[in-house]
Design a protein around this ligand. Structure first.
Ligand code: GLU
Length: 420
């Protein structure tokens, strides 16, 4: 299994990042091995009847990296390229992210290899319900709490809540987070990841002496994370000059009207053809001059090929794993780019998920203001911890963030001891 995981590009990348942090911490070999490999790798088949009458079998995955610090936490993604190796890498990143933020969770991630854009709402509902049923032996508010990720949303979480609650015999809202508000979701959860991305970008601007109202940003990806990051940043006065999604990329040096773009995307299912901007090649967009470049889509998009050409002051990793280790080395050597690593940059989502879970367990609802204020306090503290660690230890922000997260997990593993 180790070799199977290592054959996957994304897992190899997460593993290289972990090794760098573990070397840095000089982790004891026993703890190191236990930290690195996932506790449970679950693969299920998910058969559904398509609208055309044909039966189709999809593959679904859930990887629970560790349960040492609490239940595992992490999203469920629907994407044609999902594999077990990718999900295992994403679960490992969730593990360090939760530990870095001080959340009482291990990391988890799930996925179904499917193309949600080509499926009807009924097909997606059946897929979600059957996957949740297959997961029943492995999930629970104290063992594994899922959330939205790429290709899933609050509706997906509502179906999962319904299945779990039906089997339990009463409503169990704490089984997932990112639920609709009427089903005891949390105020602020939908915008939390994008809001957190925007918050960390403005913290980086502040450190670099960049004025928000004179700054520009380019965003790759206009899903939940990219669109809320764009909206929040433009609310702070930052001009969004480029935005891309799978339909294409658009460019306007005077700034894109994000609200109008959201309306356009709701109608046209993509940014392509937006009248308030010109078309640009999506790869070229990434290397245009800007203050913040925000990859908010897939893994491995900042590579050794484009890392030398980047013209941004801040690279804000809204996606998980957007920068390859080779590109990381180039960025470190260049020394002119302020990297906000994924485990910090996009941690707003899981942090508000934690708030949602706490509210559900307490049968209590916080206001949006309370949620966002608590989120900013936690992000601010972690941002300072990471930048302070990097400065005092003369290391990169990536190594600093991962080292802080890994150390937390390693300490718990060492304290609990090896059983039996
Ligand atoms: N899918 C999000 C992430 O990658 C959120 C996970 C959660 O809220 O549990 O961080």
């Amino acid at each position: 299994m180790k070799n199977d995981l290592m054959a996957n590009d994304v897992f190899r990348m997460a593993s290289t990042q972990f090794d760098r942090a573990a070397d840095y911490l000089d982790l004891d070999e026993s703890v190191r091995e236990r930290c690195k490999w996932p506790k449970r790798l679950i693969t299920v088949t998910v058969p559904i009847q398509r609208d055309c009458g044909k039966t189709e079998v999809f593959f679904g995955y859930r990887v629970q990296h560790h349960l040492s610090r609490g239940p595992v936490k992490g999203g469920l993604r629907y994407n044609p390229n999902v594999t077990l190796g990718e999900v295992a890498a994403l679960a490992m990143w969730m593990n360090w992210k939760c530990a870095l933020m001080g959340l009482p969770y291990g990391g988890g991630k799930g996925g179904i290899a499917c193309d949600p854009r080509s499926m009807s709402p009924g097909e997606l509902e059946n897929l979600t319900r059957r996957f949740t049923t297959e997961m029943l032996p492995f999930i629970g508010p104290k063992t594994d709490v899922m959330a939205p990720d790429m290709g899933t949303n609050a509706q997906t979480m509502a179906w999962m809540t319904d299945v779990y609650s039906t089997y339990t015999g009463h409503l169990v809202p704490s089984i997932v987070t990112g639920k609709p508000l009427e089903l005891q979701g949390s105020a602020g959860r939908t915008q939390a990841t994008g809001h957190g991305v925007a918050f960390t970008v403005t913290r980086a601007f502040y450190k670099l002496g960049i004025d928000d109202s004179k700054a520009t940003a380019i965003i790759q990806g206009f899903g939940n994370v990219g669109s809320y990051a764009a909206l929040t940043l433009s609310g702070y006065g930052v001009k969004i000059t480029g935005i891309s999604d799978i339909t294409g990329a658009i460019w306007n040096p005077k700034g894109i009207d994000v609200e109008k773009l959201i309306t356009h995307v709701a109608k046209e299912k993509g940014v392509k053809g937006f009248p308030g901007a010109e078309a640009i090649d999506p790869d070229e967009m990434l290397t245009q001059p800007c203050d913040a470049l925000i990859p908010a889509a897939m893994e491995r998009v900042i590579t050794k090929e484009n890392a030398t050409k980047l013209q941004c002051r801040v690279l804000a990793e809204a996606a998980n794993g957007p920068t390859t280790p080779e590109a990381d080395t180039i960025i470190e050597e260049r020394g002119d780019i302020f990297l906000i690593p994924d485990v910090l940059c996009n941690a707003g989502g899981v942090t508000v998920s934690y708030f949602e879970w706490v509210q559900n367990l307490q049968h209590y609802q916080w206001t949006e203001q309370e949620v966002l204020t608590k989120l900013e306090t936690m992000l601010e503290k972690t941002f300072e911890n990471v930048t302070h660690f990097a400065k005092t230890h003369q290391t990169s922000h990536r190594v600093a963030a991962l080292a802080l997260g890994v150390k937390e997990v390693a300490t718990v593993k060492a304290t609990r001891g090896l059983f039996p």
